[in-house]
Structures are given as C-alpha cells and as structure tokens.
Design a protein around this ligand. Structure first.
Ligand code: EPZ
Length: 466
C-alpha cells in the first residue's frame, strides 16, 4: 500500500488542466452496452474506477482500448453475458450503472448489490422502482439483483427520495427507457451536469430525450442506438478541489478545462469566503490573500453545493478564524474526515446533522488515515496547509477518483511524496521504542523521564513545547 508524505505551507503557482469528469465517464461507459457499433470517448480520466469499470465491461463482452491518454474505444463484441460479477461490483458502487443498459439491451441483468460505503447508506431502491415501472421483473437473490424483461414499456416514473433525487438511479432508468416501447417520463430526475452529459451522449447515439438538466425528463423509446464519438465534460469536483488547494495555501493558480457554468454554487461559496475566482480566455484564475471569512455551508442536490466537495470545504474552513457550520443534506453522515482533521489540530464538533468548525487559523502535520475518496482529498488539502509534515495512509481511496492529483499539485509547487506505507516512512508517528511501558511513571512529575520523540527539535525537546 502507498501513502503520501506532504510537507505543508508551500505556496502554489502555475497552471494545471482539469481531467474529464469521473461521474460522467462512468455512466457513459456503462451506457455503451446499449449501442451497436464502436464508441470513441474523449476526456475519459485515467483513474482506478475507470479501470475497474473497464474490467467489468470487458467481462460483459466489450472490447475496450485506451488510445492516446484520455480517449477510450469501446465496442460490444459479445452480448451473451448478463452477469456483473460481485468481485468487480463490490470494488466500485458505480458498477450499478450497467444494470439499466444490460436489462434494456440484453433483456436480462444480474448485477451484484453494491457493497457498503464509508459515506453513508447507499440503497438502490429507487433504481429498482424505476426499472420495475418500465415493466422489468426484479428480484434479489443471494446478494444479486436479477432483472428481466422481454420488452420494456414506457411509463410515468417518480424518482424522488428522502434525500432528493438519485444521480445513478436517474442514469439507470433514463438509459433503460431509451429502448423501451413508448414514452417514459421521469419526475424528480437528478439534474447534475454528469446526468445531462449522459443524456446528451445517449441522444448523440440516437435516443430521444428532452428536459435534460431539469427534474422532468421525457424519453421516447427508439428501436436501437448507434455507437458514436463523444467528449466528456470537465470534472467540476476536481476543479473545486484545486480551487480550494489555492485557497488553503494562500496561493494564486490557473486552471484550464473548467466549465464554471457547472460550479455556480461552490464558486459563490468560495467567493463568500474571500477567494478570488475569475475567468478570462477559458482560463480560470483562483487566488486567496489568506484572510478567509467564515461560512455556513449546506451540501444539496444540484444546483446546490455538491456533497462531493463537502469534505474539502470542511478542510478549508478549519483555517478560517471563527465559527462555521457544515451540513450535508445528501449524505447526512458523510463526516468521516472530521476526526482525521481533528488530529491535525482542527476544532470540529458534531451537532446532530451539522458539523461546527471553529476555525483555528492553522493546522499541524500529523499521521492520518483516508476513509473514502473525497475525505482523502480533504486530508491532502489540510496537509498542504499544515505546519510540518503530514502522512496520509490508504491513498488508494484518492486514486479511485482523481487522476494524478499529487502530480498536478506538485507541478504547482506542492511537496507531496508518494511512498510505500511503512513505519519508517511515517515521520509523525512516535516510534514504539521511544516510549516503552516501563518508562511511564506512576506519577505525573516524572513525566520528563519519557524520551521525547526523536523528530522534535532540540529546542522543542528542551522546552517540551512546539
Ligand atoms: C452519485 O452517487 C455520485 N457517484 C456520488 O459521487 C455523489 O456523491 C452522489 O451521486 C450525489 O451527488 C457517481 O456518480 C458514480 P445518489 P449515487 O443515488 O448515484 C439516496 C464521488 O465521490 N438514495 O444520488 O450513488 C442515497 O442514500 C461519489 O464521486 C436512495 O435513497 O448517489 C443518498 O442519500 C460519492 N435510494 C441520496 O439518495 C436510491 O435508490 C443521493 O444518492 C438511491 C439513492
């Protein structure tokens, strides 16, 4: 396993280009199962989740070739298989996106229920409700969803749930409805730009979808879809993450391949915090002078602040000087990153559905553990701002959803080393031999008998203070 060692307080400068959107690429790749003929997708980010889905699609009879660095050629060459294997699906929840296309094109789909997740409950009841409304026979057997339908028929479907709509649920039902007989309406459809991108791609293949970007979709079923070429939208979550990297290090950077129209809510919130963001000639300039205001941030379905930037925003708020509130209305328990940020000196308290962040103005390096994709990004941001070195373990979480984030940040001046996860590579951890149980005094005044950690400076060893 690998980990990052980040030397904090390095100012950033320069320009990086944003990759294609992971959460558009995944459902679009899955929907190529619907098409006859080859598909050439541009802007497909080179990250672990794309590799995992490619393996799953290959197991479902898809030929996939990556030509040049960000484009994929995908063509179905065998339609006999309809089983999405548990071992692949458990690695990536987004594999559920093959359910709708498989059912519509191959009349049967057997997809493992996705595994658990650190950001909260991830039910698929709305996916199944929508597909059943299209006439599929759905049952759960031995951890698999088994869906069958000789011919899907158009229906009127409401996809609203207790936390708003469902992004991949809308993708599944919209994709399946393209080959249904008759017209389907989806009410309370997700409006995320990634869902719109999928809809635009399906229309480019010959589907007839209207209402994209609104909660009301109408899909007129067609006989077949033809493979086509398509360029995937930029990743708004990566762009927001890099904007916050500039903000948390009081830096000025430039970003290319950004669609600011997909980022109104998060850009407004960063500007409210005091971050300068402006666009000129398709380059976005982001700068911060270090004086950040406090804020009340609520993650909501699009066009609200995305839940996928909530953790990164929390990291940024820890260096403000005052009280901030963060609430996530999409995944109310998505706060695994809070405890790790606290290890770095942040003051964060849970109050029911809210997290109260008392900005301390400064973080300190520590050894922390990534728990999920966006929590990892939050810890990277915190490490960039922290005094001293920060070690982030289990960075495989980060590699699932960001294309070379460490390399992009290092090209801007960050000091991030990707090393093997081993005790000697963890500078902040007090090595077991420094504090042996026999040394621990039975009363406080002998505390100084404990050898201070080797990594403290001579002055700090003498005064006992950092
Ligand atoms: C997509 O997940 C994204 N993943 C997530 O990004 C993102 O956080 C999420 O949408 C919300 O924007 C991909 O697109 C691959 P949902 P998805 O179905 O579709 C509840 C990342 O970091 N719900 O929109 O799985 C659910 O519990 C990932 O890139 C139901 O109740 O999310 C949640 O509270 C993390 N029943 C809310 O809806 C259902 O059938 C939104 O979930 C489905 C969902």
């Amino acid at each position: 396993m690998e980990m990052f060692v980040i030397e904090g307080c390095q100012p950033l400068s320069g320009r990086v280009s944003i990759s294609g959107a992971k959460n558009a690429a995944l459902p679009i790749m899955a929907s190529t199962l619907l098409s006859d003929g080859p598909n050439q997708l541009q802007g497909v980010p080179n990250l672990v989740d794309v590799v995992t889905l490619s393996q799953l699609l290959s197991s479902l009879g898809m030929k996939i070739e990556r030509n040049k660095n960000d484009s994929l050629l995908l063509e179905v060459i065998d339609e006999s298989c309809f089983i999405a294997d548990y071992d692949l699906v458990r690695r990536m929840r987004a594999s559920i996106c093959v359910l709708g296309p498989l059912l519509a094109k191959r009349k049967k789909a057997c997809v493992s229920l996705p595994g658990g997740c650190n950001i909260g409950d991830r039910p698929v009841n709305l996916h199944l409700k929508g597909l059943a409304a299209l006439g599929a026979d759905i049952r759960i057997e031995q951890g698999y969803i088994i869906a069958e339908a000789k011919q899907l028929t158009g229906a009127k479907i409401y996809l609203g749930g207790p936390f708003g709509s469902t992004v991949t649920g809308t993708c599944n039902v919209m994709s399946a409805a393209t080959l249904a007989k008759g017209t389907t309406t989806i009410e309370a459809a997700a409006c995320e730009p990634e869902v719109v991108d999928l809809g635009n791609y399906l229309n480019a293949m010959g589907a007839k979808i209207t209402g994209l970007g609104t909660p009301f979709l109408e899909i007129q079923g067609v006989e077949s879809l033809t493979g086509t070429d398509y360029k995937i939208i930029p990743d708004r979550i990566e762009a927001a993450t890099l904007m916050m990297a500039a903000a948390i290090t009081n830096s000025s950077i430039e970003l290319e391949n950004v669609n600011l129209a997909h980022m109104t809510a998060i850009v407004e919130k960063l500007q409210e915090l005091g971050v300068n963001i402006r666009n000129s000639d398709d380059v976005v300039h982001v700068s911060s002078n270090g004086k950040l205001n406090t804020a009340d941030c609520i993650a909501l379905p699009y066009p609200g602040i995305p839940t996928d930037v909530q953790a990164q925003l929390m990291a940024l708020l820890t260096i403000t000087s005052g009280m901030n509130i963060v609430t996530d209305k999409v995944f109310p328990d998505r706060f695994m990153h809070a405890a790790e940020l606290t290890r770095m000196g942040a003051s964060i308290r849970r109050e029911g559905p809210n997290a109260i962040i008392h900005g301390q103005g400064q973080l300190n390096g520590a050894c922390v553990m990534a728990s999920d994709l966006r929590a990892s990004a939050a810890l990277v941001l915190a490490g960039l701002a922290a005094k001293g070195a920060t070690t982030i373990r289990r960075i495989y979480h980060l590699d699932r959803g960001y294309e070379k984030l460490d390399e992009k940040l290092n090209s801007l001046g960050a000091h991030i080393k990707r090393v093997k996860d081993s005790p000697e590579n963890r500078p902040q951890e007090i090595q077991p031999d420094l504090i042996s149980l026999s040394n621990i005094p039975d009363d406080a005044e002998k505390r100084s008998t404990i050898d201070p950690p080797k990594w403290l400076t001579k002055q700090e060893r003498k005064t006992g203070r950092r």
